[in-house]
Write a protein that binds this ligand. Structure first.
Ligand SMILES: Cc1cc2nc3c(=O)[nH]c(=O)nc-3n(C[C@H](O)[C@H](O)[C@H](O)COP(=O)(O)O)c2cc1C
Length: 174
């Protein structure tokens, strides 16, 4: 109840990094494996688990491997600004980028329900992040406003991968 009460979007971030253990917990809360059969902290349509979480930190962009709980480097350098069209993603500790692997879905690409499911699946992850941030006193905002073509290039996405949403996370501005 406390986390739900505190859940809100913030666009005012301090520059401090988030401790590694908190980042690890954040990612697990977002989309971690919470059952022996590999299911996750968020639901997904037909359990397709098509969303991948990319993370932009000052040192680089990474793809999170939920099974190994490892951030695999995809692009060195600071790409935080490239995850958004607003100024604050560049200043916050990190940005999450929710990317759908369309090859994992069971409906044809022309089925409009497919994109609705993808949006819903990313939305559940985003809400987990909102509630985690509320419980940890972190600031966050989910964002659709992303230059997807530019970011896809940086993240070296395949044509079958679609950027759905990004989410900025950081310490609140003092
Ligand atoms: C799908 C979606 C896309 C959003 N895109 C943006 C965005 O691009 N930039 C932004 O600053 N906020 C974005 N928001 C945050 C909303 O503006 C925010 O949730 C809304 O104003 C309500 O505020 P609250 O989250 O504090 O309740 C988005 C929210 C959702 C659910």
């Amino acid at each position: 109840m406390s986390a739900l009460k505190a859940r809100s979007s913030s666009r005012e971030f301090g520059a401090d990094p988030i401790p590694p253990q908190t980042l690890s917990n954040l990612l697990w809360a977002a989309w971690g494996i919470n059952r022996p059969d590999g299911r996750r902290t968020a639901p997904s349509a037909s359990n397709r688990q098509e969303i991948d979480v990319y993370v932009t930190l000052p040192a680089g962009a990474y793809l999170w491997d939920a099974k190994a709980n490892v951030l695999n480097p995809v692009a060195p350098g600071d790409h935080r600004a490239a995850t958004g069209t607003q100024p604050f993603p560049a200043a916050a500790a990190l940005n999450l980028v929710y990317v759908a692997d369309m090859t994992k879905l069971n409906r044809p690409a022309t089925d409009p329900q497919q994109m609705l499911n993808v949006g819903a699946d990313a939305g559940f992850i985003a809400e987990n992040v909102y509630l985690f941030c509320a419980s940890e006193g972190l600031a966050t905002v989910v964002r659709a406003s992303v230059d997807k073509a530019a970011l896809a290039k940086i993240l070296q996405l395949r044509e079958t991968q679609v950027i759905v949403l990004a989410q900025t996370v950081g310490v609140p501005k003092k």
